[in-house]
Write a protein that binds this ligand. Structure first.
Ligand code: ZN
Length: 137
């Protein structure tokens, strides 16, 4: 799976994730999905109702209105993203447990190195976390 994220959307996520520190930030991604190419056309910045630096839960009300917005725009829900304020950009055991949708992309933005944030995209299938090819352009 190839995932394309617009630079502008990446900057949005990054700014929001920094603003939410020390907590994890989270949100949804939407766009188009054709064959092996997944293009993110819109990102949503949601409230982490856990307000924790190790966990996140998407605010259910915001999630609902984001999904309604996607429908209105004709975009497909593609998965979610969250930040890791102090750990690398890889799926934790809990992240894997929460990656129950095999067709979704789960993106992680690591702010462990404040000077060099790292964004990666994963999908989880058959007990294995697989990194997807992510292009930010
Ligand atoms: Zn995580």
């Amino acid at each position: 799976m190839k995932v394309v994220l617009q630079r502008e959307d990446y900057e949005k996520i990054l700014a929001y994730a920094k603003k939410e520190l020390p907590d994890e930030a989270c949100g949804l991604i939407a766009g188009t999905d054709e064959g092996e190419l997944r293009e993110i056309k819109k990102v949503y910045l949601l409230t982490n109702t856990d307000h924790s630096n190790e966990h996140f839960t998407l605010d259910p009300k915001e999630q609902l209105s984001a999904v309604q917005d996607m429908r209105k725009l004709g975009l497909k829900p593609l998965g979610n993203w969250h930040s890791h304020p102090e750990s690398p950009a890889r799926q934790s055991e809990e992240d894997k447990r929460l990656s129950f949708d095999k067709t979704a992309s789960y993106m992680i933005l690591s702010l462990q190195d404040k000077e060099a944030p790292v964004m990666k995209s994963f999908h989880f299938e058959d007990g294995v976390s697989k990194e997807e090819e992510l292009t930010i352009r």
